[in-house]
Design a binder for this molecule. Structure first.
Ligand code: SF4
Length: 232
Protein backbone atom coordinates (compact mmCIF):
# COMPACT_ATOMS: atom_id res chain seq x y z
CA UNK A 1 0.00 0.00 0.00
CA UNK A 2 1.12 3.57 -0.58
CA UNK A 3 1.87 5.59 2.52
CA UNK A 4 -0.99 7.87 3.66
CA UNK A 5 -0.62 11.45 2.50
CA UNK A 6 0.16 13.62 5.52
CA UNK A 7 -2.08 16.55 6.44
CA UNK A 8 -0.60 18.84 9.04
CA UNK A 9 -3.83 20.29 10.45
CA UNK A 10 -5.62 19.04 13.57
CA UNK A 11 -7.87 15.95 13.26
CA UNK A 12 -11.46 16.78 12.32
CA UNK A 13 -14.57 15.32 13.92
CA UNK A 14 -16.90 17.49 11.82
CA UNK A 15 -16.28 17.95 8.11
CA UNK A 16 -18.27 19.23 5.15
CA UNK A 17 -18.55 17.56 1.77
CA UNK A 18 -21.22 16.93 -0.88
CA UNK A 19 -23.73 19.35 0.72
CA UNK A 20 -23.59 17.41 3.96
CA UNK A 21 -22.28 17.85 7.46
CA UNK A 22 -20.27 14.69 8.13
CA UNK A 23 -19.32 13.26 11.50
CA UNK A 24 -16.10 11.29 11.95
CA UNK A 25 -16.75 9.65 15.31
CA UNK A 26 -14.26 6.77 15.32
CA UNK A 27 -11.37 5.36 13.31
CA UNK A 28 -12.12 1.83 14.49
CA UNK A 29 -13.68 -0.61 12.04
CA UNK A 30 -14.37 -4.33 11.92
CA UNK A 31 -13.49 -4.44 8.24
CA UNK A 32 -10.10 -3.83 6.70
CA UNK A 33 -11.10 -3.01 3.15
CA UNK A 34 -8.25 -3.03 0.70
CA UNK A 35 -9.73 0.11 -0.90
CA UNK A 36 -10.38 2.08 2.32
CA UNK A 37 -9.40 5.71 1.82
CA UNK A 38 -7.52 5.59 5.12
CA UNK A 39 -4.99 3.22 3.48
CA UNK A 40 -3.90 5.96 1.11
CA UNK A 41 -4.71 9.27 2.71
CA UNK A 42 -4.91 10.97 6.06
CA UNK A 43 -8.17 12.62 5.16
CA UNK A 44 -10.51 14.14 2.65
CA UNK A 45 -9.98 17.52 0.99
CA UNK A 46 -8.45 19.76 3.67
CA UNK A 47 -9.78 17.63 6.52
CA UNK A 48 -7.48 15.40 8.54
CA UNK A 49 -9.66 12.45 9.59
CA UNK A 50 -7.03 10.55 11.58
CA UNK A 51 -8.35 10.87 15.13
CA UNK A 52 -5.92 10.45 18.00
CA UNK A 53 -8.68 8.74 20.00
CA UNK A 54 -12.44 8.26 19.91
CA UNK A 55 -14.02 11.61 20.84
CA UNK A 56 -16.50 11.77 23.72
CA UNK A 57 -20.13 12.82 23.33
CA UNK A 58 -19.61 16.38 24.59
CA UNK A 59 -16.55 16.79 22.40
CA UNK A 60 -18.51 15.75 19.29
CA UNK A 61 -21.46 17.97 20.18
CA UNK A 62 -19.25 21.00 20.85
CA UNK A 63 -17.36 20.49 17.59
CA UNK A 64 -20.56 20.21 15.55
CA UNK A 65 -22.11 23.17 17.26
CA UNK A 66 -19.02 25.37 16.73
CA UNK A 67 -18.51 24.42 13.08
CA UNK A 68 -22.06 23.93 11.81
CA UNK A 69 -24.03 26.75 13.40
CA UNK A 70 -25.00 29.25 10.73
CA UNK A 71 -23.83 27.04 7.83
CA UNK A 72 -25.95 25.65 5.04
CA UNK A 73 -26.05 21.89 4.52
CA UNK A 74 -28.70 19.40 3.44
CA UNK A 75 -28.12 16.38 5.63
CA UNK A 76 -26.09 15.14 8.57
CA UNK A 77 -24.11 11.96 7.93
CA UNK A 78 -22.28 9.67 10.34
CA UNK A 79 -19.35 8.64 8.16
CA UNK A 80 -15.61 8.92 8.58
CA UNK A 81 -12.46 6.85 8.75
CA UNK A 82 -14.21 4.06 10.67
CA UNK A 83 -17.52 2.34 11.38
CA UNK A 84 -19.93 4.78 13.09
CA UNK A 85 -22.23 2.11 14.52
CA UNK A 86 -19.36 0.96 16.74
CA UNK A 87 -20.38 4.15 18.58
CA UNK A 88 -24.09 3.39 18.54
CA UNK A 89 -24.72 3.62 22.27
CA UNK A 90 -22.32 6.36 23.28
CA UNK A 91 -22.60 8.74 20.28
CA UNK A 92 -25.25 7.95 17.65
CA UNK A 93 -28.14 7.29 20.06
CA UNK A 94 -27.62 10.18 22.48
CA UNK A 95 -26.39 12.72 19.90
CA UNK A 96 -28.92 12.28 17.09
CA UNK A 97 -31.96 13.75 18.91
CA UNK A 98 -29.88 16.82 19.79
CA UNK A 99 -28.75 17.19 16.18
CA UNK A 100 -32.30 16.87 14.97
CA UNK A 101 -33.54 19.47 17.41
CA UNK A 102 -30.73 21.95 16.69
CA UNK A 103 -30.46 21.66 12.89
CA UNK A 104 -33.75 20.08 11.66
CA UNK A 105 -31.98 18.14 8.88
CA UNK A 106 -32.27 14.50 7.80
CA UNK A 107 -29.73 12.27 9.56
CA UNK A 108 -28.06 9.41 7.67
CA UNK A 109 -25.74 6.64 8.79
CA UNK A 110 -23.12 5.23 6.40
CA UNK A 111 -22.32 1.74 7.67
CA UNK A 112 -20.61 -1.50 6.75
CA UNK A 113 -23.74 -3.28 8.02
CA UNK A 114 -22.06 -5.54 10.60
CA UNK A 115 -23.95 -4.14 13.55
CA UNK A 116 -25.91 -7.39 14.09
CA UNK A 117 -22.63 -9.13 14.85
CA UNK A 118 -22.30 -6.89 17.89
CA UNK A 119 -25.98 -6.62 18.90
CA UNK A 120 -27.73 -9.73 17.68
CA UNK A 121 -30.75 -9.36 19.97
CA UNK A 122 -31.56 -5.72 19.31
CA UNK A 123 -33.78 -4.13 16.70
CA UNK A 124 -31.19 -1.63 15.49
CA UNK A 125 -33.21 -0.13 12.57
CA UNK A 126 -36.07 0.65 14.96
CA UNK A 127 -33.64 2.14 17.48
CA UNK A 128 -32.10 4.33 14.78
CA UNK A 129 -35.46 5.69 13.69
CA UNK A 130 -36.33 6.24 17.34
CA UNK A 131 -33.40 8.63 17.79
CA UNK A 132 -34.05 10.55 14.57
CA UNK A 133 -32.05 8.71 11.89
CA UNK A 134 -34.14 8.62 8.68
CA UNK A 135 -31.66 7.40 6.05
CA UNK A 136 -29.12 4.61 5.96
CA UNK A 137 -26.51 3.62 3.36
CA UNK A 138 -25.16 0.11 3.79
CA UNK A 139 -21.98 -0.94 1.97
CA UNK A 140 -22.82 -4.11 0.06
CA UNK A 141 -19.71 -4.03 -2.11
CA UNK A 142 -19.89 -7.58 -3.46
CA UNK A 143 -22.22 -10.12 -5.00
CA UNK A 144 -21.22 -12.98 -2.69
CA UNK A 145 -19.24 -13.71 0.46
CA UNK A 146 -16.09 -14.88 -1.35
CA UNK A 147 -15.69 -11.57 -3.18
CA UNK A 148 -16.75 -9.62 -0.09
CA UNK A 149 -14.23 -11.31 2.19
CA UNK A 150 -11.34 -10.70 -0.20
CA UNK A 151 -12.24 -7.04 -0.70
CA UNK A 152 -13.43 -6.05 2.76
CA UNK A 153 -11.63 -8.49 5.06
CA UNK A 154 -13.96 -8.55 8.09
CA UNK A 155 -11.92 -9.15 11.25
CA UNK A 156 -14.35 -11.70 12.75
CA UNK A 157 -14.50 -14.31 9.98
CA UNK A 158 -12.61 -17.59 10.34
CA UNK A 159 -11.53 -17.96 6.71
CA UNK A 160 -12.28 -16.62 3.23
CA UNK A 161 -15.22 -19.02 2.78
CA UNK A 162 -16.86 -17.90 6.05
CA UNK A 163 -20.16 -16.29 5.07
CA UNK A 164 -21.04 -14.84 8.49
CA UNK A 165 -20.18 -11.20 7.79
CA UNK A 166 -21.85 -11.12 4.38
CA UNK A 167 -25.00 -12.86 5.64
CA UNK A 168 -25.29 -10.47 8.58
CA UNK A 169 -24.90 -7.56 6.20
CA UNK A 170 -27.71 -8.86 3.94
CA UNK A 171 -29.93 -9.47 6.95
CA UNK A 172 -29.30 -5.95 8.21
CA UNK A 173 -30.17 -4.41 4.83
CA UNK A 174 -33.40 -6.39 4.81
CA UNK A 175 -34.26 -5.29 8.36
CA UNK A 176 -33.59 -1.66 7.46
CA UNK A 177 -35.73 -1.92 4.33
CA UNK A 178 -38.60 -3.27 6.43
CA UNK A 179 -38.31 -0.53 9.05
CA UNK A 180 -40.86 2.25 8.49
CA UNK A 181 -39.28 5.69 8.43
CA UNK A 182 -35.84 4.48 7.35
CA UNK A 183 -34.90 5.15 3.73
CA UNK A 184 -32.41 2.43 2.90
CA UNK A 185 -29.91 2.07 0.06
CA UNK A 186 -27.08 -0.33 -0.61
CA UNK A 187 -23.80 0.97 -2.00
CA UNK A 188 -20.91 -0.58 -3.89
CA UNK A 189 -17.58 0.54 -5.25
CA UNK A 190 -16.91 0.02 -8.95
CA UNK A 191 -13.22 -0.47 -9.72
CA UNK A 192 -11.73 0.61 -13.05
CA UNK A 193 -9.77 -2.13 -14.80
CA UNK A 194 -6.30 -2.76 -13.42
CA UNK A 195 -6.82 -0.99 -10.10
CA UNK A 196 -7.15 -4.06 -7.91
CA UNK A 197 -4.12 -6.27 -7.29
CA UNK A 198 -3.86 -9.69 -8.89
CA UNK A 199 -5.87 -12.32 -7.04
CA UNK A 200 -8.53 -9.88 -5.83
CA UNK A 201 -11.83 -10.38 -7.68
CA UNK A 202 -13.51 -7.37 -9.26
CA UNK A 203 -17.06 -7.09 -7.89
CA UNK A 204 -19.74 -7.42 -10.54
CA UNK A 205 -22.02 -4.37 -10.35
CA UNK A 206 -24.89 -6.06 -12.21
CA UNK A 207 -24.88 -8.95 -9.77
CA UNK A 208 -24.61 -6.54 -6.82
CA UNK A 209 -27.60 -4.67 -8.19
CA UNK A 210 -29.57 -7.90 -8.32
CA UNK A 211 -28.65 -8.75 -4.70
CA UNK A 212 -29.77 -5.28 -3.60
CA UNK A 213 -32.92 -5.47 -5.69
CA UNK A 214 -33.83 -8.87 -4.19
CA UNK A 215 -33.54 -7.27 -0.74
CA UNK A 216 -35.89 -4.49 -1.84
CA UNK A 217 -33.39 -1.63 -2.03
CA UNK A 218 -31.60 0.29 -4.76
CA UNK A 219 -27.85 0.14 -5.30
CA UNK A 220 -25.82 3.34 -5.46
CA UNK A 221 -22.53 2.73 -7.26
CA UNK A 222 -19.48 4.86 -6.55
CA UNK A 223 -16.47 4.73 -8.84
CA UNK A 224 -13.21 4.11 -7.01
CA UNK A 225 -11.10 7.28 -7.18
CA UNK A 226 -7.99 6.21 -5.27
CA UNK A 227 -4.59 5.10 -6.52
CA UNK A 228 -3.85 1.69 -7.98
CA UNK A 229 -3.74 -0.81 -5.15
CA UNK A 230 -0.39 -2.55 -5.48
CA UNK A 231 -0.04 -4.78 -2.45
CA UNK A 232 -2.48 -6.26 0.04
S1 SF4 B 1 -15.87 -0.46 6.12
FE1 SF4 B 1 -15.41 1.65 5.53
S2 SF4 B 1 -14.15 2.47 7.20
FE2 SF4 B 1 -14.18 0.24 7.41
S3 SF4 B 1 -12.31 -0.43 6.36
FE3 SF4 B 1 -14.02 -0.52 4.89
S4 SF4 B 1 -13.98 1.45 3.81
FE4 SF4 B 1 -12.74 1.67 5.68
Amino acid sequence: MEKPKLLKNEPSITYFTKNGLYLNVTNRCDNKCIFCLSNFSQGLKQYNLMLQQDPGLNEVWQDVFDKASGRNFEEIVYCGFGEPLLRLDDIVSPLSPRLKQEFSKPIRVDTNGHVLYHYSNRNIPKELVGVGVSRISVSLNAENCQVYNKLCRPNFIKNEEDSQAYELLLKFISQCFNQPGLKTEATAVDFPEGVLPRGIPVPDMEKCEKVAHDLGVSLRVRTYQGPRIRRV
